[in-house]
Design a protein around this ligand. Structure first.
Ligand SMILES: Nc1ncnc2c1ncn2[C@@H]1O[C@H](COP(=O)(O)OP(=O)(O)OP(=O)(O)O)[C@@H](O)[C@H]1O
Length: 271
């Protein structure tokens, strides 16, 4: 059933993982993962280093296949679909993608070239619609003034916002953000959380999945949370149910206290 509260939402889950294992050698990177993301969901995925968060996102981005189990993305089953047709429907930001962007690339070209699934604009021509959309996205993400600057001259926060504008360029049905707050100073983090909060509220925005280590980076309005530890799901479901001191302590392996003010979380070691 489509969500009646979101008439733009497609029928069915955007992501559906059933009994998913990812195994490399003797190591289980993910084990027995069941997860379902609907079009109007905004998920945060939390877990310590090495928990399997990036692996989970790589499956959701159609960049990896499961060893066992089933992954359905946008109504298609991985293994039975041409991933090159699926990937343009999914926006992804990650440190490894950012490393592939040349520092010499014009920031405006970094954004507009996403519509053509390339990094950089060489050999490509763009139509007025694409250039207009890229300009609007760059305004929304506060990087329009850097359109002519080389990407490598931007600050970390400006680069992060440029990557999100790029990920949104093809109007994806699913937006995956792998640690967008990493490396940002306090002002940069707060700016990013504010913009992600606005995006989360936007009725026609894609389904969103945000990976982070820090509860402070969860935008208010995120609806669901998945906690991972050692490749296994500790808890998954409505954010209000899942984000508790007990589940976070279990996930991170130390006693934590959790506070929530105006929709924002803070966590610290319990005394
Ligand atoms: N090809 C591989 N072969 C064996 N182990 C791997 C491989 N790729 C990743 N791993 C391991 O899988 C585990 C999960 O990695 P992953 O990057 O998904 O974790 P993560 O939760 O994103 O970690 P971080 O928070 O540090 O980014 C890690 O222990 C990593 O070393």
């Amino acid at each position: 059933m489509g969500d009646v509260s979101n008439p733009g939402a497609p029928e069915g889950a955007v992501v559906r993982m059933t009994g998913v294992d990812v195994v490399r050698g003797q190591d289980h990177l993910l084990r027995g993962v069941d997860w379902s993301v609907e079009a109007d969901h905004r998920w945060v995925v939390l877990g310590p280093n090495g928990a399997g968060k990036t692996t989970l996102l790589q499956l959701a981005a159609a960049l990896m296949h499961p060893t066992r189990g089933e992954v359905r993305l946008l109504g298609e089953t991985l293994g039975a679909v041409d991933v090159f047709e699926l990937r343009p429907r999914i926006g992804l930001t990650s440190a490894s993608l950012a490393q592939r962007i040349s520092g010499a690339e014009r920031t405006g070209d970094v954004v507009v070239s996403a519509g053509y699934a390339v990094v950089g604009r060489w050999r490509e021509r763009y139509d007025v619609h694409d250039l207009t959309r890229a300009g609007l996205l760059m305004q929304q993400w506060g990087v329009a003034q850097y359109a002519h600057r080389p990407f490598g001259t931007l600050s970390e926060g400006e680069r992060k916002r440029t990557q999100i504008a790029r990920a949104l360029m093809p109007d994806p049905e699913l937006l995956l953000l792998d640690e967008p707050g990493a490396g940002l100073d306090l002002a940069g983090r707060e700016d990013l959380v504010g913009r992600l909060t606005d995006l989360a509220k936007y009725h026609y925005a894609p389904a969103q999945v945000l990976v982070t280590h820090h509860v402070e980076e969860i935008p208010p309005g995120y609806t669901h949370a998945l906690l991972l530890r050692d490749g296994e799901v500790v808890a998954a479901g409505a954010a209000d149910d899942v984000l508790t001191a007990a589940t976070l302590s279990d996930t991170f392996g130390l006693p934590l206290s959790l506070a929530r003010t105006d929709g924002r979380f803070t966590a610290r070691r319990a005394t």
